[in-house]
Design a protein around this ligand. Structure first.
Ligand code: NAD
Length: 276
């Protein structure tokens, strides 16, 4: 005679086998490579259907193919209203209304203010800040259809403090933080939470260029956790903030920076002497 499990045990087992984003539709901008690709993988592993939205068609399609039925690629320039409308339409058509948007696409340009061309300033603000605004604007009605959702804006430790020679980047990341708070106030009644994430140095193609590699390595040496993070470490925070586990958090900053905001840690020899 088969051993019948009591209903409460069956319920517990079913709950355990459910994943945090089962059947939810997620858009990750800049999802073709770097941190965005890690986030796309992380959401798929948690049961989501993911739209990898990026300018990089080859990388984006390759990743979508690798992830199988739970992922599609949509070509998106985050500065284009029309691209946003097409990406949200594709997400709804293939997977259903959007529950999560990760505004991750971003660029950095280096140079002192006095020597930077206004066109460079405008490009960084356009992608990092205006692109985030356009994304929020584009998904609201879809999220309302889904009954609510979570928007995660990828800012930076540079959205909490200053770095030299990256004025447009720092301004865009402070802007994304302010935008997050206003959007959170406006959208709470729609059951849409909006938060920002502030990574420290992370190993991605963005930090692999000659200017960035040196700057990031120098910064990492002085951190309380003296290393560069792997993209998957930021993904864990993104998944948490987007999930129902963070259901009472909105308009907030989630910092995952190895201690950047603490300021430089004392050199190890001195710290050991102080303890002795
Ligand atoms: P990355 O350069 O590896 O990836 C950025 C992605 O954004 C690329 O796939 C790129 O094609 C895409 N993108 C750029 N412009 C776009 C546009 N107009 N439309 C659509 N997609 C566009 O960079 P990353 O390091 O993975 O950075 C991801 C996010 O994290 C960025 O917002 C970045 O500012 C932020 N961040 C990075 C670090 C770091 O140390 N790497 C630290 C803090 C914050």
């Amino acid at each position: 005679m088969p051993h019948l499990k009591p209903p409460e045990v069956k319920e517990q087992q079913a709950a355990r086998s459910m994943k945090r984003f089962d059947h939810r539709t997620v858009i990750v901008t800049g999802g073709a490579r770097g941190m965005g690709a890690a986030h796309a993988r992380g959401f798929v592993a948690e049961g989501a259907n993911v739209v990898i939205a990026d300018l990089l068609e080859k990388e984006g399609r390759t990743l979508a193919d690798e992830l199988g039925d739970q992922a599609i690629f949509s070509r998106l320039d985050v500065t284009s209203d029309r691209d946003w409308a097409a990406t949200v339409a594709a997400a709804e058509h293939v997977f259903g209304p959007v529950s999560v948007l990760v505004n991750n696409a971003g660029i950095v340009r280096f140079g002192p203010i006095a020597e930077t061309e206004p066109a460079v300033w405008r490009q960084v603000i356009d992608i990092n800040l205006t692109g985030t605004y356009l994304g929020i604007r584009a998904v609201v009605s879809s999220m309302r259809k889904a009954g609510g959702g979570a928007i995660v804006n990828i800012s930076s430790a540079g959205g909490m403090m200053a770095y030299p020679n990256t004025a447009a980047y720092v301004a865009s990341k402070w802007g994304a933080r302010g935008l997050t708070k206003t959007a959170a106030l406006e959208l709470g009644r729609d059951n849409i939470r909006v938060n920002s994430i502030h990574p420290g140095p992370v190993r991605t193609p963005m930090t692999a260029g000659p200017d960035a590699t040196a700057a990031v390595a120098a910064q990492a040496r002085h951190l309380a956790i003296p290393r560069v993070a792997e993209p998957e470490e930021i993904t864990q925070m993104v998944l948490f903030v987007a999930s129902d586990e963070a259901g009472f958090s909105t308009g907030s900053e989630f910092i995952v920076d190895g201690g950047v905001l603490l300021g430089p840690a004392p050199p190890y020899e001195r710290a050991e002497a102080a303890v002795a």
